[in-house]
Design a protein around this ligand. Sequence first.
Ligand code: ATP
Length: 382
Amino acid sequence: MLRLDAVTVSFGERTALDAVDLEVAEHDTVCVLGPSGSGKSTLLRVVAGLQEVHSGRVLLSGQDQTGVPPHRRGVGLMFQDHQLFPQRDVAGNVGFGPRTHGMGRAEADRRVAELLDLVGLPGAGRRAVTALSGGEQQRVALARALAPEPRLLMLDEPLGQLDRGLRERLVVELRGLFRRLGTTVLAVTHDHGEAFALADRVVVMERGRIAQAGTPLEVWQRPASAFVARFLGFDNITPATVDGGTADTAWGKLPVPDDIPQGGGQVLVRPGGVLLREPREGLRCTVEARTFRGGDASTVTVLLRPDAGPPLEAACTLRDAPQEGAEVGVVFDPREVVALGDPHGAPDAAHTPAPRTAGPGQGPLVRPGPGDGGAVSPEAAP
Ligand SMILES: Nc1ncnc2c1ncn2[C@@H]1O[C@H](COP(=O)(O)OP(=O)(O)OP(=O)(O)O)[C@@H](O)[C@H]1O
């Protein structure tokens, strides 16, 4: 459906997109994730035809879009701030695209009613958009973006301004809606929880480049670099030398999975792999703090200060969480130890899945769950 070939965009000295290759298969939802300034919005603008490329090409359904103006590309774009027309009512907003494309009034009215049903606002056509809640405006904006039946729907921080509870609900609804309609979606967000809940594939950007692309589960289970791991909220990262079944680290010798690359590099230990024991066992640590993870008060992150090495985070249930100031021992679960690629963010070839162009329904769905501030969290992943 969509292909970017080595797309580069520069603003003066600043390279916003640096030879980006990307594919989005028909019916897939791809979420582009990344910190502020990593190039996410520029990527959408390039596909929409709102931003010229300095080199490379954008292809939609195999056709080079060079020189094709935005309104002829057949893509829909929904911005973070909705950009609804305040002087028009809900129906006027949703019907705007079809009407300007020459659809008759009766047919456009039917379409508007259909779309309002679809987004959960049946009968809201005559309401003033200024009198709607943020979540309702969001739905109207979505219905308006869907109305011209774009071959590709692009969403820029679609749930960015909504409160957390609403985002959690809407992200599940959106996913269901896109599945039912078979819409092809390219969305950008800086919230990894949202991306993991919505996407068949996620693309993590770092300074204008793709740091990793894969299914949510692949990226979550095997972050390709320290940058990706830290962006996903993992902090237990340390240099390591792997020899056989152990890694020599600042925390001592860690057991590692059999398939981990040998030699020098960095490892990540996911918090679930930091197991709390009696103080006599394993690496001795002091409990510095305990924090709740997102909305799930039963899961706690325990921040540990080890006798040796950088701080560690352990995940455990509230029931099992030791008190602040307590002394504990830590042992490591090798299944939660992951080798990371280049610390500067270049993908580790061994762990970066090749871009996939599969059809719908093949990506794992990571259900909303507890998270550290995100709308939904991939921590619910298996
Ligand atoms: N019109 C412009 N003129 C100059 N620099 C720009 C322009 N648009 C974007 N940039 C720069 O290009 C880089 C990428 O910007 P972009 O808006 O794509 O990032 P982003 O990942 O969407 O960020 P955010 O999450 O903050 O929206 C940034 O360094 C930004 O300052």
